[in-house]
Design a protein around this ligand. Structure first.
Ligand SMILES: Cc1ncc(COP(=O)(O)O)c(C=O)c1O
Length: 396
């Protein structure tokens, strides 16, 4: 028998991205640091009536047993999707353990070893993590602070012959850039995807949170065959429940279901029933207007504080989601600035380089992502004054 010194891990583990900021982010969630790091929902906006609903669910005889997917929840998701302008049936829905599992399962079903996957230069870190174990190449297209995904760059890439297995995109409440794609860009993207036969993986965890009127319908409202939609209850109800969903063509749902059963048998039945019972009990219009109003105030506090404290910088103007993307005018490296910001300034953010596929370049180094959802307007104002002091100290 041959012995080795340590466990032999799969090759992909050596390619795993390390994050310079991760340790500091842990520090940032402690003590008196005002953290704009993680996209956590506002604790004040969690549903206050969830305890009562949970008690009624726990009283059901089979509450703690293995179970099949909650059919009632699927029909509730169909109604939710209709609110976003999407027509689908229960057979096209798979309940998942959060949007994150939806992304992973879609990759499992679509991505082949050695194939290509298309995404934006700046993209959700959880998508990049989910991609790590696939032996696939990430192709990128630019994203603009006001326009979002560069749709024409997608067209040029495909016209040159690239055939990625899928395009990953967050069209509403982009993470990390905080932008929304326009109606025109959405129509054009779907038309391009159809023409070249490329699947779109549409990640929409913030789709119900719009702060300036109704958001554009998701890409799935424009196409039923090429778009796989990922939804989540994390921001609508609570992330600890870990319940989300996928909408996909029926034949794809079958394979997604096999991949899901292999991963975790079933989304926690308790969580599914809780979400379903909550949706039965809640006045959804009132809930959405509470969430939208609550986050709008925080978004406005962050944008106002940026004007007051970093007037020379450029930033995105989010109409949805939790984030603002900031580009400082100074040639300050935001990854290098982070230790001083946390230890001396008692304020934290995520350096822009963390989201850049393939490593930071040029102006990524002076960019940062600020989350406005977690802190109150007062804390946001105070945190931004602290950030200004850190930037000023480095400038002099
Ligand atoms: C763009 C994006 N996708 C997916 C997720 C994961 O959401 P969930 O809690 O539903 O897994 C997040 C979480 O913040 C996110 O920002």
């Amino acid at each position: 028998m041959i012995h080795t010194d340590s466990l032999r891990l799969a090759d992909w583990t050596t390619r795993g991205r390390s994050s310079a900021g991760q340790d500091l982010m842990a520090v940032a969630t402690s003590g008196d640091v005002i953290s704009f790091c993680l996209g956590l929902p506002a604790p004040e906006l969690f549903p206050s009536d969830l305890r009562r609903v949970a008690r009624s669910v726990l009283d059901q005889p089979s509450a703690l047993q293995y179970g099949v997917p909650c059919e009632r929840l699927k029909s509730q998701v169909v109604s939710l999707m209709a609110r976003r302008g999407v027509r689908c049936t229960e057979e096209e829905i798979l309940i998942t353990s959060g949007a994150q599992q939806g992304i992973s399962l879609a990759l499992t079903v679509l991505v082949e070893r050695g194939s290509e996957v298309l995404c934006e230069e700046h993209t959700y870190f959880g998508f990049q993590q989910a991609m790590q174990s696939f032996d696939a190449e990430l192709l990128t297209v630019p994203t603009d602070l006001s326009e979002g995904l560069d749709v024409e760059a997608v067209e040029r890439l495909l016209a040159r012959g690239a055939r990625p297995r899928l395009l990953y995109v967050v069209p509403t409440g982009h993470n990390p850039l905080g932008v929304n794609m326009s109606a025109g860009a959405r129509t054009r993207l779907v038309e391009i995807a159809r023409r070249y036969g490329v699947a779109i993986l549409e990640d929409d965890p913030y789709g119900f949170l719009s702060y300036d009127g109704e958001p554009e319908p998701p890409l799935r409202a424009l196409d039923e065959d090429w778009v796989i939609y990922v939804g989540s209850f994390s921001k609508l109800i609570a992330p600890s429940l870990r319940v989300g969903w996928l909408v996909a063509p029926r034949n794809v749902v079958r394979h997604l279901g096999v991949a899901k059963a292999a991963a975790d048998i079933e989304t926690a039945t308790l969580g599914q029933r809780l979400v379903s019972a909550y949706l039965d009990a809640v006045d959804l219009d009132a809930r959405l207007s509470l969430l939208r109003g609550g986050y709008r105030v925080r978004r406005d506090a962050m944008l106002g504080a940026l004007c007051d404290n970093l007037p020379g910088a450029r930033w995105s103007h989010p109409s949805g989601g939790f984030f603002v993307w900031v580009e400082l005018q100074d040639s300050i490296d935001t990854a290098e600035m982070l230790p001083a910001a946390v230890r001396e300034g008692r304020v934290a953010y995520v350096p822009g380089s963390e989201f850049r596929v393939g490593g930071a370049r040029g102006r990524d180094c002076r960019s940062l992502r600020l989350c406005f959802s977690t802190n109150t307007p007062g804390q946001i104002a105070e945190g931004m004054v602290r950030l200004r002091h850190v930037v000023e100290r480095l400038r002099h």
